[in-house]
Design a protein around this ligand. Structure first.
Ligand SMILES: [Zn+2]
Length: 346
């Protein structure tokens, strides 16, 4: 398959998937978008009751069942309370790097379907007014959303229909640079969702099938730990595609595919990790093997739910995870190549 030819499709897919808000717990529109993209390529889909999207790909040999997954939910915020001045205090969804959110534009989605815009700011946001503007902690107790409406009291905000429990999604600011970098929030893990959709497109265009019956799940509760618990039953193997860690003493770069040997949940399946390393080595895929010091994945959720299935994890190297993230087109394509080798489509 010609991986170079798919760069524009991959970029378009990244923009499509990133453009729909999907903070964990509020993912239906993003699932609709992914479902439409996959159905247009020509693969059947179904949804689990919790909202995961599952794509079925017929294999050359249907006697063995292989699962892949990536997560479509992202970090975000939810309205916790409304201040007397009409600001929105928030509670984080998942673990966003809160200081990195200062100054971000956001959308507030009300339960009636209205969308308001706002800005996430410190509660001491003005250098000319607050002596502690530079030093006030950037955390949930000291940051709030300023709504782009003339609101000066809690009552004004309630009159807009904004309530505690409403979801707040902040701008991903998705940008591809001339030098091939992808700068965006939520590359974890919409980068992986996009590269798997692109791989499906390549497979369909080339008229090739994977070695075995394959199901690909786009999960919607990964950031809070249980997305992968209920994806599919009776899989012989599971390959999770999620972001690869970059930084400190880890060896992965943004240009490489990372193969995770161990994360906070312990080691991944030895045979699968060894096979992935061998496939990358033998086929010239630029890769790194690392342990992730502070990380968990849908494989852990799947195992925690009691599935007797070996699992491994690969993904593009991502810098600045859960903050303003960055990877490189080469990292996305090397991940796509390794996933293709794993499925034995060439
Ligand atoms: Zn992730």
């Amino acid at each position: 398959m010609n991986f170079e030819s798919c760069k524009n499709f991959l970029k378009d897919t990244v923009h499509s998937v990133m453009s729909v808000d999907s903070p964990t717990g509020f993912t239906r529109s993003a699932v609709d978008t992914a479902e439409k993209l996959v159905q247009e390529i020509g693969y059947p889909t179904r949804r689990t009751r919790k909202g995961n999207l599952v794509i079925t790909v017929e294999g050359r040999d249907e006697s063995k069942r292989v699962g892949l997954c990536a997560h479509l939910d992202t970090l975000g915020l939810v309205v916790r309370s409304i201040t007397a001045e009409g600001k929105l205090m928030f509670s984080p969804l998942g673990a966003p790097l809160l200081p990195s959110l200062e100054g971000e534009f956001c959308r507030i989605h009300t339960k009636s379907g209205k969308v308001y815009t706002g800005t996430i700011l410190s509660l001491s946001p003005a250098i000319h007014v607050f002596s502690d503007a530079p030093t006030r902690p950037r955390d949930a107790a000291n940051m709030a959303v300023t709504i782009d409406e003339p609101v000066y009291s809690k009552e004004d905000v309630l009159a807009l229909g904004i309530r505690p429990g409403d979801f707040i999604a902040y701008d991903p600011k998705t940008t591809f640079t001339e030098s091939g970098y992808l700068k965006s929030r939520f590359i974890d893990d919409k980068g992986s969702v996009s590269l798997l959709i692109t791989l499906l497109k390549l497979m369909k265009d080339a008229g090739v099938k994977p070695a075995y019956h394959t199901e690909i799940a786009f999960t919607v509760y990964e950031e809070v730990g249980h997305g992968g618990a209920a994806m599919f039953e009776n899989m012989d193997e599971l390959l999770v595609v999620d972001m690869g860690c970059v930084g400190d003493d880890l060896s992965c770069t943004e240009q490489q595919v990372s193969i995770c040997a161990k994360d906070s949940g312990g080691p991944y399946d030895y045979d699968m990790v060894s096979r992935l390393v061998r496939l990358a080595e033998e086929n010239g895929v630029d890769f790194a093997v690392d342990i992730y010091p502070r990380y968990s994945s849908d494989a852990g959720a799947y195992w925690g739910a009691g599935h007797d299935t070996p699992a491994a994890l690969i993904g593009p190297g991502v810098w600045g995870s859960h903050g303003m993230e960055r990877t490189h087109l080469d990292g996305l394509i090397n991940t796509m190549k390794l996933a293709a080798l794993y499925l034995d489509v060439r």
